[in-house]
Write a protein that binds this ligand. Structure first.
Ligand code: R5P
Length: 317
């Protein structure tokens, strides 16, 4: 069933300041308006949150990615708290980007596990469900003891690349961790698969050790869940070019584009970088080869299905 034809009553969508344009796009796709809220700061920077509309008995969806600054997290937790205290019937946290999720295990002595702490805070604030998009690891769903619907941006990207008539395409995973995502893309695009053996000699330094698979003379699609400093994909693109790849396209759900990312992506042999609007992008981070695809309609459909208690996984069949 087309998610946009499910009838909707008794639900509200609200957001903080982390990515208002995406929340507006979701509301537009749902044929509604965002619930009026007052999300401001006290003079010392503390976050203040107030819902300016009645949500008593409503099915409430709170859209907020948790990328830095940390106030984005505080806004989310306070919005959940406000909705709970205002007697919402059910609260779903919509996480277009699950920030603080990269540290998901104790792989060195005395490190915090940010992903679990985030899950604990979201649950303790009063959320009943989570609707997430391309978590850094799929198993992070298990960090929550409430239902999690985990969405993929893959349908948005594959629709984009199907229009491009790629020549003998090969989807390339820039590291072993992205192989599952890349395999999914390859299947949807009827492409072959290659995997890069990446090493990180130091934090934020990426080194390509080996490319497993055939890329010579082929259009390559490097698919990752996120681009942070762009060290991973720019090094991968260089390695592919050296091996005789044709055009190189990069796609990643979450375009954090921090530090040297824009410069690295602009200088690398990349034809196009496609990201989604899961995280709000500052205007100065836009560059000619960048395309931003919206996940607003995808999230809106998932909200409709959730509200109507219908299967969300049918979105990906
Ligand atoms: C690694 O596990 C991730 O999938 C990304 O490849 C990585 O986080 C990207 O970081 P950067 O853009 O800084 O290389």
């Amino acid at each position: 069933m087309d998610g946009l034809s499910v009838p909707l009553t008794g639900f509200r969508v609200l957001t903080g300041t982390a990515n208002r344009p995406l929340a507006e796009e979701i509301a537009r796709s749902l044929g509604t308006e965002l619930c009026r809220t007052n999300v401001t700061r006290f003079a010392d920077g503390e976050v203040f949150v107030r819902l300016d509309e009645n949500v008593r008995g409503a099915d409430v969806f709170i859209v907020q990615p948790t990328n830095p600054p940390a106030e984005n997290i505080m806004e989310l937790l306070l919005l959940v708290d406000a909705a709970r205290r205002a007697s919402a019937a059910r609260i779903t946290v919509v996480l277009p980007y699950y920030g603080y999720a990269r540290q998901d295990r104790k792989d060195q002595p005395r490190v915090a596990i940010g992903a679990k702490l985030m899950a604990n805070m979201i649950m303790r604030s009063g959320a009943d469900r989570v609707l997430g998009l391309d978590f850094h690891q799929h198993q992070l769903q298990g960090f929550f003891d409430i239902p999690v619907d985990h969405l993929y941006a893959a349908p948005v990207f594959t629709a984009h690349y199907r229009k491009k008539n790629l020549v003998d395409p090969v989807v390339v995973a820039p590291d072993v961790g992205s192989a599952k995502m890349a395999r999914g893309f390859a299947k949807r695009l009827n492409a072959s698969l290659a995997i890069i053996d990446k090493r990180r000699p130091a934090a934020n330094v990426s080194e390509v050790v080996n490319v497993v698979g055939e890329v010579e003379g082929k259009d390559c699609l490097l698919a990752d869940d996120m681009i942070d400093t762009a060290g991973t994909v720019s090094e991968a693109a260089r390695a592919l070019k050296k091996l005789g790849a044709r055009d190189i396209y990069v796609c990643a759900t979450h375009g954090l584009l921090s530090g040297p990312a824009v410069q690295r992506l602009s200088e690398a042999p990349i034809t196009e970088v496609a990201i989604t609007d899961s995280v709000a992008l500052a205007p100065e981070k836009r560059f000619p080869a960048l395309t931003v695809l919206s996940v607003g309609e995808l999230l809106a459909k998932a909200i409709r299905f959730t509200h109507a208690d219908q299967s969300v996984s049918s979105l990906f069949e």
